[in-house]
Each structure stands twice: as C-alpha cells, then as structure tokens.
Design a protein around this ligand. Structure first.
Ligand SMILES: [Zn+2]
Ligand SMILES: [Zn+2]
Ligand SMILES: [Zn+2]
Length: 349
C-alpha cells in the first residue's frame, strides 16, 4: 500500500485540500488500481473535482456497492500514477517528477482532462526535448493533441534531421508509423520552401531598397549637389564632405557624368545610359512635386504619361509601388533621431 493515503491524512489538515465539511476529510472510498498491482486509496470527491473524466466514472450508479469502488489506471508506471494522484490532490508536482514522468503525465492529463497538469507537462517536455527523445515526444504530442509541443518537436526534428535519422525512435517510426514519417517529411519540405520564399523576398526587398536609395541620391544631387555633380546653377566643387549615402551617391554621380557625355546614348544601345534613363523615369513616377522638382526630365516624363493617357504597364507600376513601399519602410526603420532630422529637413539625406 502506498503512502499517498497517509500523505492525504496530513493534507486533510491543510486548508487547500479539504473537500469535506468542517475541515474533516471524507472516507477513502475509491481505490486506484495500477499496472504493477499497486493500489492507491483515494477520495471520490477529490478525484471528481479535479478530473471530470474520473468524476463521470465515479458517479456511475452501482447497485450493490459493498466494497470500495476500483478505478483502473493501467499502462503507465505505478509511480507515474502516484504523481498523478498527488497532483489531483495538491495541484503540484516537482520539476524532477515532471522530468521523470513527463511523458506519462501528459498522457494521463490528456485522458483524464486535467488542463493545468497538461500545461505543465507540455512546457517541461518542450524544455527537455533532445535528439534522442524528439520522435517519441512528437508522437505523443500528436496523440494528446498538444499543438505547441508538436510544433516544437517538428522544428527540432527538421533542424537536426541528419542526427535524428540515426536514432532508434526514428527507425521504429519508419517501420511502424509511415503516416507520421510522411507528415514529418512534408513539414520539412514546407519549411524548406518557406525559407526559400523568405530568402527570395529579402533579396527583392534589398533591390528595392537600393533603388529607393538611388532615388534619394538623385534628388539630393539635383537639388543641393554632391562632391562632383550638382545642379546646373551650382558649382559642385564647392561642395564639402561626402554625403551619408556616398557609396550609392558616388556611383550615381559617375552614371550622370557618363549620361551627359556619352555618344552612343540610349538609342545607340548604351546600357549605362539606359540605366540612367530608367532611374530618371522611376524618379518621375514617384515624384510628388514635379513643378518644383529639379531632377532632369521629371516633368517631361509626367507629361508623356498624361499624353499617352494609358498609364504605365503593369510591371512598371508594380516596380514603382515596391520602391515607394521600400522607401516608406526604410524611413520608418530609421532611428528616431535621424527620422526627426529628416522630417525637419526632408531634402537632406
Ligand atoms: Zn551625395
Ligand atoms: Zn552611355
Ligand atoms: Zn521630380
């Protein structure tokens, strides 16, 4: 006989576990039967209030009840059942107990509907996940409907698949549960393509950011001038230190110089001129103040769009929209101080 009953006598004096009236514990009227033949006496009122499933088992009417009602909890180690009973009485269990019987306690808490214990088991099992136990825990999480734990297992598994593949758990799974194996492989496949999608998106985002920065530099060169190129009415050599986006700005200045001097031009098939032409067109597409704008061809491009009357093609429109949103994002992610400076003096960048 286990000491739980004795323990309960002690607990009967505690204010937390006194379902009986006047602080007196009712009779031990149920017996839990475990796999090892271990019997744990308990109070039906306590079990019923902690677990609706046990409650419904106990309430079932019994005609000639002479002896104590027996409730079998089989298939898990007797000590795990003891810890389970302890939790039903006290809503407590130690980290050590969770570490040792977490898997069994998760199953018990799921079957007997004890959400608080289920929560604690899920957390403890998540923290104790290893390459060795991940396959077992995954299967249990699936059976016990513990989605958070399931996802944790899947992530660990797909990040360490080479090592997991070598474990006994994985080999057993392959032989006995091919549907779970398939699920895991599908998850890994989706995770991989999700990663690829994110990578591609980042690359694209980087490109739009570069374009948006080029747009800032173009405006800045044509308005206030930079180290070697400036507006026609301003001498660039007077200009001081390199600006804050000088790596982009410098490249753009070289491109502008080339554009001004090139003999082949766009129509002659010059790729650099073509690039400059596209940048000027892009600027015009996002420029909000064409009347005051000092960027060359800004108004001309706007006029041409109006005259054509049919707007730009879909790809160009998409490009413009992406550059505008990249610009917005980079403005929003600037440190506060910098943003304030930009707001006070929007032309300087
Ligand atoms: Zn500059
Ligand atoms: Zn050229
Ligand atoms: Zn403009």
């Amino acid at each position: 006989m286990v000491s739980i009953a004795a323990e309960m006598k002690v607990k009967a004096n505690s204010p937390f576990s006194c379902p009986g009236e006047g602080g007196e514990m009712p009779e031990l009227d149920v017996q839990i039967i475990t796999s090892g033949g271990l019997r744990i006496p308990a109070h039906s009122s306590v079990l019923a209030s902690a677990s609706p499933v046990l409650g419904s088992m106990i309430k079932r009417p019994q005609k000639h009840r002479i002896s104590k009602q027996k409730i079998p909890i089989l298939g898990v180690p007797p000590d795990a059942v003891s810890v389970f009973m302890q939790f039903l009485y006290s809503f407590e269990c130690s980290e050590k107990q969770l570490e040792k019987y977490g898997i069994h306690l998760l199953a018990l808490s799921h079957v007997y509907l004890v959400p608080l214990l289920k929560q604690r088991c899920t957390r403890a099992l998540s923290e104790g996940l290893t390459i060795e136990n991940v396959v077992d825990v995954l299967q249990l999480a699936r059976l016990c409907d513990a989605p958070d734990l399931y996802l944790r297992c899947m992530k660990l598994l797909s990040n360490n698949f080479k090592a997991v593949e070598q474990t006994e758990g994985w080999k057993f799974l392959q032989n006995h549960d091919p549907s779970v194996e398939l699920q895991i492989l599908q998850f890994m496949d989706e995770a991989e393509s999700r990663k690829k999608r994110i990578r591609r998106h980042r690359q694209e985002q980087g490109l739009y950011l570069q374009l948006s920065e080029a747009m800032d530099c173009l405006e800045h060169i044509c308005t206030e001038g930079c180290t070697s190129v400036g507006p026609y009415d301003m001498d660039p050599s007077k200009n001081m230190d390199p600006c804050s986006k000088f790596s982009t700005c410098h490249g753009l200045q070289l491109l502008i110089k080339h554009f001004a001097a090139c003999n082949k031009r766009v129509n002659g098939g010059c790729l650099r001129c073509k690039r400059m032409w596209q940048l000027l067109r892009l600027h015009s597409s996002i420029c909000d103040y064409p009347d005051e704008c000092r960027v060359p061809l800004c108004r001309q491009f706007k006029l041409k769009v109006q005259q054509d009357g049919r707007g730009a093609d879909a790809r160009w429109t998409l490009l413009v929209r992406k550059v505008v949103s990249a610009k917005t994002i980079s403005c929003l992610t600037l440190p506060k101080q910098k943003r304030r400076e930009n707001l006070n003096n929007p032309k300087s960048s």
